[in-house]
Design a protein around this ligand. Structure first.
Ligand code: URA
Length: 210
């Protein structure tokens, strides 16, 4: 199976990401930038959505116009930082359904523990996009995808802002079928399993809880 990794190198994404990385960027600006990048990523990640043509009337003529073919997609936010990307995705795809997966990282073992899971009941008929800004060890992402796959969604894509090489490898190992989209591939993880150079704790910076 081909493992898919898409690095979204659009200059606007890269520029906004640099602003997010700066340690003196305010909570409000960080949140706004995450939402803006979410919109730009949504544009790239939804490029391959199937289209069908339906007859419509413009004020001047009849035409066969393109519409989205499939049922509305499900955006799955991995709590809590995923909500920052969700905001931007929803601006671009306002009809999407939303699921939430709550995981916390055990501070000693760094293993992901689930505390919340809610997705639409008819998820089997829908494409899903999983949102988590930081792909660090990959433990949370793998745990979230393990759990999501139990509900049999039609398809799954994984979207993050920053990925560490270790996280990409781990995710590819356990879920080689899930394409990864990221705005940056950083250097490494530090001994606390934070991404370096990274941007710090995405949830804390997004919600001002640092
Ligand atoms: N989660 C974060 O918020 N930041 C990291 O660097 C790694 C995991």
């Amino acid at each position: 199976m081909t493992k898919k990794l898409t690095h979204i190198e659009h200059p606007l994404v890269q520029y906004k990401l640099s602003l997010m990385r700066k340690k003196d960027t305010s909570t409000g600006d960080f949140r706004m930038l995450m939402s803006e990048i979410g919109m730009l990523l949504a544009y790239e990640v939804t490029r391959d959505l199937p289209i069908e043509h339906r007859p419509i009337e413009t004020p001047l003529a009849h035409m066969n116009a393109p519409f989205l073919k499939d049922k509305d997609m499900v955006l799955i936010s991995i709590l809590r930082a995923g909500n920052g990307l969700l905001d931007g995705f929803l601006k671009l795809v306002p009809t999407a359904r939303v699921g939430h997966i709550g995981l916390y990282r055990d501070p000693k073992t760094h293993i992901a523990v689930e505390y919340y899971f809610k997705v639409p009941r008819d998820i089997e008929d829908r494409d899903t996009i999983v949102l988590d800004p930081m792909l660090a060890t990959g433990h949370s992402a793998v745990a979230a995808l393990d759990r999501l796959k139990q509900t049999n969604p039609k398809s799954i894509k994984f979207v993050c802002l920053l990925a560490a090489p270790e996280g990409i490898e781990y995710l590819h190992e356990f879920h080689p079928d899930v394409p990864i989209y990221t705005a940056a591939i950083d250097e490494k993880l530090n001994d606390k399993k934070y991404i370096v150079p990274g941007l710090g704790d995405a949830g804390d910076r997004l919600f001002g809880t640092q």
